[in-house]
Every structure is written in C-alpha cells, then in structure tokens.
Design a protein around this ligand. Structure first.
Ligand SMILES: Nc1ncnc2c1ncn2[C@@H]1O[C@H](COP(=O)(O)OP(=O)(O)OC[C@H]2O[C@@H]([n+]3cccc(C(=O)O)c3)[C@H](O)[C@@H]2O)[C@@H](O)[C@H]1O
Ligand SMILES: Nc1ncnc2c1ncn2[C@@H]1O[C@H](COP(=O)(O)OP(=O)(O)OP(=O)(O)O)[C@@H](O)[C@H]1O
Ligand SMILES: NC(=O)CC[C@H](N)C(=O)O
Length: 603
C-alpha cells in the first residue's frame, strides 16, 4: 500500500488556498497510486493560527472548507487533514472550546476526527490557550486493497486486531510523539500516546506535525523518532509543515522510520515536497532519502532565506529595501534578501554622513555589485545639519552625545520608511541577536523595519555565515531554488567583500567609534549571552565558567534593561531554541536584576 506525505507550505488563514494545496497534492499522490495521504498538523488553516481560533466565524469557515475539500478529493485515496473540531462539552462542562484535530476524509465525507492529546504550552507554543486535550489513543483500520475498505475508523479496542489485509494505523499529532520518558529521561505529560498505540497493537504510527526549525533540531527529531520506532517495534511516518509563518520557519524534512528504526524516507529540507512510501510485508520499504544541509551555517542560511521569502510573499511584498552601511550585518541581510527574492527586488540605500568612513561606501558598493542588486545613495549630512540647527537653542550648553548620534540613525530610519511608503518595499532591519540582547541599537532608527531578518543570529554566527557563504561560493546555495544561481551572478572570489569581514564593527555614529568601545569582544559577549539566554545560567554560574564578574554583571544589566527596545522591535526570524519573540515573555518594568556575588565582593 502506498502512503504519500504532502509536505505543504500553508498560509495562515488562507483556508481556500490551503485546501487547494491539499487537493493538488492529493491529485498528484492519487496519480501515483497512493491510498493514504498525510498532510501537516492544522494543514487547513496553517500553523500556528493563534487567536484566529477565537473567532467563531473562522472556525465555522474551516468546517465548511473541510467539507468541501472532502467532497473534492479524489475518491481513490483517504486523506488525513489537520483541522480543528468544536468541543461540544465546553459550554456545559467547561474546558477549552476546540480540539486540535486530524480529519479522515474518504469517499467525499469526513469519516472521523481524531484529537491531539499532548498540547505544547511552552516557548512559542500556546496550545492550552485554545485546545482541550484528546482523551484516548486512536487508530483506524485500512484495508490493503481499496475494494475491501469496510471500516476506516473506530474507537480503540483492546481486542486482538484483525490480521492483514487490514492495516491498523495509529494516529498522533506533533507533540503526541514528544513525551517518551526513555528518550528524554523524564515525562512532561502523564501519558505517552505512542506507548498506548503499541498496546493496541497497531502496525504503523503516523504523525501530522508542525515543528518549527531551530539549529540542529532535525538531528533531535530523527533520534527521537528512531528511538520510538525501535522501542515499540513500530514504523513511524512523520509529516511536517514547511515554510515561514511570521517569526517561525518550518523546515519540512518529513521522515519515516521502519520497524527496526532505520530511516527509510526523508523529504526535502526547506522546500515543499511530495514523497511516497510503500508499506509491504509488514513494514515500510526504503524510499527517497534527501540530504539535509551539511552544517549549521548551511541550515541557518536556508532557514533565513525561506523565512524572508515567505514573510514577504505572504504579506504581499515583492520588493525589499535595506540600509547598506558597508558593515557585516547589512551585508548578510542583503545576501539573504537577494537569494530569497531575486536581485532585481532588493534595493540597498547608502546614507553616508560626515562620520562615515570612505571604506564604508566603497565596501557597500562592492557588496551590491557582487550581489547584482540596485543601490541608491542619499547623503544625510544636510539633514543632520538641519536637525542640529533646529535644536541649537534647545540644546545650547549641553554636551554632544547620544541624542545627536542617534539622530543620524533616525534620519536613516526615516528615509528608509519613506522609500518603503513610496514604493511599497518591505524594510528589512539588520540588527543581530547580540545587539538586540544588550540594546545596542536605536529605537526608531536602525531598529525601523517590518522584519528583522537576523534578529536571532548572534554576531559571531553572522561572521561564520558570511565566511561560509564566501567559502562555498555559489555552489553551496545552488541546491536551493537559487536566484543567485539562475541569475548568472558574476562569480567573484568573495561574495561578501573581505574588508567587510575583517574591519572592526562600528556603528559610525561618532568619529572613530567601534562596537568594542561599549561592549566586550563578540566572542566573549556571545558566550555569556548564550549561557544567560539559552542555558538560563545565573551570573555566578557564568562567572564560574571563566568570565569576568564585572563584565557578566554589566551584560546581565544591559539585557534586562533592553527589554523595552525588544518589545518595540519588528518580528525576528527564529533560528535558535530561545529567541526574542513570541516565546520570550519578559516584563519591562522589572527590578529583578541578578548579579554575580564575586563582583559585589570586589566592589
Ligand atoms: N523602560 C523604558 N521604556 C520605554 N522607553 C525607555 C525605557 N528606558 C529608556 N527608554 C527610552 O529609550 C531611549 C534610549 O534608547 P535609544 O533612543 O534607542 O538610544 P540609546 O540606547 O541610548 O542609544 C543607542 C545605542 O545603540 C548603539 N548603536 C549600535 C549600533 C548601531 C546603531 C545605529 O543606530 O545604527 C546604534 C549606539 O551607539 C548607542 O549606544 C531613552 O531616551 C528613553 O526615551
Ligand atoms: N552609512 C549608512 N548607510 C546606510 N545605512 C546605514 C549606514 N549606517 C548604518 N546604516 C544602517 O544601520 C544599520 C546598523 O548599523 P550597524 O553599524 O549596527 O550595522 P552594520 O554596519 O551593518 O554592521 P557592523 O555592526 O558590523 O558595522 C546598518 O546595518 C544599516 O542598515
Ligand atoms: N506543533 C507541535 O506540537 C510542536 C511541538 C514539538 N515539540 C516541536 O517542537 O516540534
């Protein structure tokens, strides 16, 4: 029996468009002889739909679209579609209004609806807000020959299951597979749905998923799924969503493991895909196994390109604008944008001031030439003078300082937004995670923008991504649907000019300024930030790792104080397991400021 995984890229809320994508995949799968089609979790509305789920009209439209989809699907296959179902008990007996569900569509009808049992409510997930957990382990029975389908779904039964030609398929939705105490060494929930299904004696477990990308997550998923398949001697098919939805990027990489825990199928990374598997002789047979990006840099690059492309397209933008300073952050964002949207759709704006070094303009132009993108130059010296003149009386007798420095940044931010307004370009802001962490950025200045493309990329990673890009030349990205490749970009020895990689980072807001006047070197800063933000270490624990207590305390203070800036920042693409964004909920007016005791002793 052939089973197809439709690794789809839904747009949140585009019910008709998403149904169309499911239908197209089903048609293709049916043409190839598939009997069963798997789609991702909540494939009808896209994941995560967030508070759209609170609109009864939205839920009603979804139900209608699902019915129509069931009617339109090819009759030769059964489709499993991610959707929601009303909880009939919630009004009378309390509980959440909806179930996160999987509908089994067959012969023009919605035959059965299964409910997700484990509801992730941590980091970027908030499923407890909307959903009631499903109460039972579910499987359905499928005849191996279409003609013999007599019963496709029924509630679980402990009775001995009928032998082939019937296949007993256990159903799970994403988090349902993320609670194996043997794998994690602990339980996050009381039940383990796959263990329950094993008890029911299913032949195969399927999982509809919407699992967002973070660095290295595919290794974790595969280890976890392999463990489950082996532990329960149960083949597992995992169908993931792909594409960018706001800050989240879904990498696809749907997989299947056979009864022995061998990887028998892997769909493409960061692209939509349709893969077919065969269940024969009591197990899944080997199928297509796509490669995954071969390094963290390669992965992050592909994720960011997809994130920028989908954010722009799904919000209705075809073109973007970026302030090009000749620095490394804007260089990386420009390269990502060119790859994502095509060089003709990326405008770089150079805005030199009296403090800009000659090389900053030269480097920005060299980068733009390498990328083949358009540039405009708008010098801001006159505007700065106008501001100074306007403030001459009000600021008389005060020292030149941050206020004047930041005016440059705000002039640039203003000009970029004017271009965005005039030409309908999306402004990409260029702040990296290290800057966002410590507040080394200007509100309503360089923080202006609609999307913060590298806001979850620490500065040290910005460097390694640029080096990776240069060392792999364009062949590294040529396996992607590459704009750079197809546009016959001039092959240079370096895509990101070497000078951009080697000069000391500088905001160039005052003469001779470099970042390290205000911050420790980026290796130290990023190491401390990683311990603080990702590992939740206390200042004392960080100091015990070999860091200067004064510096640790300074950084903890900067991170705490900068919350007000992050709250006003554009959404940033998430690539790490702890990003500033929907999964980061810190108070702004906050007096809890931990510090390293060793530094206090010194003072
Ligand atoms: N808790 C709070 N809630 C709401 N607002 C709060 C606040 N605390 C301060 N503020 C406000 O925020 C203001 C300070 O923030 P802000 O105006 O952003 O300015 P500020 O953080 O003082 O300065 C920007 C810093 O970013 C650096 N930088 C680095 C790289 C690039 C760029 C660039 O611009 O290109 C800049 C620059 O050198 C400087 O150190 C205060 O004057 C106050 O109005
Ligand atoms: N002279 C400039 N022309 C155009 N945009 C600028 C200029 N100076 C700063 N910007 C904008 O402000 C952003 C913030 O500047 P910042 O100096 O932090 O970053 P960068 O120059 O890209 O990298 P680096 O920190 O390595 O110098 C830049 O990325 C760019 O978008
Ligand atoms: N949608 C989900 O249930 C996702 C949760 C899961 N732990 C993941 O990160 O992939």
């Amino acid at each position: 029996m052939k089973i197809a995984i439709a690794q789809l890229n839904p747009t949140i809320g585009d019910l008709a468009g998403n149904a169309q994508k499911i239908l197209a995949a089903a048609q293709q799968a049916a043409d190839q002889g598939a009997r069963l089609l798997l789609t991702p979790e909540l494939s009808l509305c896209g994941y995560p739909p967030r508070d759209l789920l609170m609109h009864p009209g939205f839920v009603a439209s979804m139900a209608k679209t699902l019915e129509q989809l069931a009617h339109d699907l090819p009759r030769s296959l059964i489709a499993l579609v991610g959707t929601v179902e009303l909880n009939p008990n919630s009004l009378l007996h309390g509980g959440k209004p909806l179930f996160n569900s999987m509908a089994l569509l067959e012969d023009g009808k919605i035959r059965h609806v299964f409910h997700k049992r484990l509801l992730p409510t941590y980091d970027v997930f908030d499923e407890d807000r909307y959903f009631e957990p499903g109460q039972q382990a579910n499987h359905f029975v499928l005849a191996l020959q279409k003609a013999e389908v007599t019963q496709t779904a029924f509630p679980p039964s402990p009775s001995p299951l009928s032998p082939p030609p019937f296949l007993h398929i256990g159903v799970t939705i994403c988090e349902d597979l993320w609670n194996d105490e043997e794998f994690w060494g602990k339980r996050s929930y009381t039940v383990n749905p796959i263990a329950d299904l094993a008890q029911q004696g299913v032949d195969l477990t399927i999982n509809l998923s919407a699992s967002p990308y973070t660095v290295g997550k595919q290794r974790l998923r595969e280890a976890m799924l392999k463990h489950s398949a082996t532990r329960f001697a149960q083949p597992v098919i995992y169908a993931n969503q792909v594409g960018g939805n706001d800050d989240l990027i879904f990498d696809g990489c749907s997989v299947a493991f056979n009864r022995q825990g061998d990887l028998v199928c892997r769909a493409r990374a960061f692209e939509t895909d349709l893969v077919l598997l065969e269940f024969r002789d009591g197990d899944l047979q080997p199928s297509v196994v796509n490669a995954v990006p071969d390094s963290d840099d390669a992965e992050i690059w592909a994720a960011l390109v997809l994130g920028v492309r989908d954010y722009a397209q799904k919000c209705g933008f075809s073109q973007v604008v970026i302030g090009l300073s000749g620095g490394i952050d804007s260089a990386l964002v420009a390269a990502i944008a060119v790859e994502a949207l095509g060089r003709e759709n990326v405008l770089g704006v150079l805005m030199p001031s009296t403090y800009s070094s000659d090389h900053s303009v030269k480097d920005a132009l060299a980068l733009a030439e390498n990328l083949g993108m358009r540039t405009e130059t708008l010098p801001i010296g006159n505007l700065m003078q106008s501001y100074d003149q306007t403030f001459i009386d009000l600021f008389a007798g005060t020292e030149f300082g941050l206020a004047e420095e930041n005016i440059q940044s705000r002039i640039r931010g203003n000009l970029l937004m004017a271009i965005s307004n005039k030409f309908g370009h999306l402004l990409l802001s260029t702040g990296n995670k290290s800057e966002m962490a410590v507040g080394y950025c200007t509100l309503y200045g360089d923080m202006n923008g609609g999307l913060a493309a590298i806001a979850d990329v620490p500065k040290t990673r910005v460097y390694s991504l640029c080096r990776w890009l240069n060392s792999h030349q364009l062949s590294a990205i040529s396996h992607q649907p590459s704009v750079l490749k197809t546009q016959n970009l001039k092959l240079k020895t370096e895509l990101i000019p070497n000078n951009i990689l080697t000069k000391p980072p500088s905001a160039e807001l005052k003469p001779g300024q470099v970042d390290q006047d205000s911050l420790p070197d980026y290796d130290t800063l990023d190491a401390i930030l990683s311990r603080l933000i990702h590992s939740h270490q206390t200042p004392d624990e960080i100091v015990a790792g070999g860091y200067d207590p004064q510096i640790v305390n300074m950084i903890v203070k900067l991170v705490t104080r900068a919350e007000f800036k992050r709250r006003q920042a554009p959404p940033g693409l998430k690539v790490t397991d702890r990003a500033f964004g929907t999964g980061w909920r810190m108070p702004i007016a906050n007096r809890w400021l931990p510090s390293a005791a060793s530094a206090m002793e010194k003072e």
